[in-house]
Design a protein around this ligand. Structure first.
Ligand SMILES: [Zn+2]
Length: 85
């Protein structure tokens, strides 16, 4: 039945990760967004995906700067030195 296909959860979900990677064409974005707007389960799904992706991106976007890494290493070394006495 064609009426049963209108949800299109499966195809929407297949494209969600691409949507989140922003590699979808505008038309496809609209397609997935439109589906999600009318489908609660896909809405929840995409919300979770977006959260995970945001965290992942945030983690990747913040490489420890060299001077921070060095000062951390120094503080560790210093602590060890102090405890060593
Ligand atoms: Zn759906």
């Amino acid at each position: 039945m064609d009426t049963n296909r209108d949800c299109g959860c499966e195809s929407a979900r297949q494209r969600m990760d691409i949507l989140i990677d922003r590699e979808l064409t505008e038309l496809e974005c609209t397609d997935v967004s439109a589906h999600c707007a009318s489908c609660e389960s896909c809405q929840a799904e995409i919300a979770v995906m977006e959260k995970l992706t945001d965290r992942f991106r945030a983690a990747c976007a913040e490489p420890a700067p060299d001077n921070l890494r060095i000062s951390i290493l120094n503080s560790i070394t210093n602590q060890n030195g102090i405890r060593d006495t």
